[in-house]
Write a new protein. Sequence first.
Length: 209
Amino acid sequence: MTDEPFALFLTWTTYGSWPPGDARGHVSNTFFEGGAHQRSEYRPRENRPGRAYSGGKAETRRRARALQSHETTFLTPETAIAAAESLTESCAIQDWRLTRGAVLHNHVHIVVTGCPDDGPGVRRTLKGRSQAALSRACGVRKWWTTGGSDRYLHSERSIAGAIRYTADQPGALAEIVDGVVLPPTDDGNMKRAGGLVPPDPDAPPTKPR
């Protein structure tokens, strides 16, 4: 244990709502359809600060839609509050601090401190618990897309930037401030849709997975 600042900035989407190849950009693997003498393949995701995110690509989007086996999920204000409450409860159980969070109709941003230096592990724990809680409260369905974005923050500046970005999310249906769930403070309809991940050049590189 050290006194070095550390936080995880985690992002994931609701099932089917932001597929790879989407014109808004994505951080998933990109599918390339092979020609007559080439095999089809996935190229690794782009999820490093300072690098452009993968943009719209028709074959990647078509491939993702073809593999989709459940109905696309969008959160309502009620299900967003339920998701936010589950995330805060899960962090409390693990003795982690959910410093800031924003739950939107199609994705989630959270900043977590006091947790292990393991983005995929922390993200899987929180997604799994919230998936179960949402299914119990609101009906069984596939709520979240597999995977997500894990950013490792090791400076006060990068942590503050992630908190600010999360706090400024347009269209948030539920917000979390230091483990407390709040209704949105702004009319999401008055703002343009926010980005999936912040362009933070000061954040350290994402760990390879």
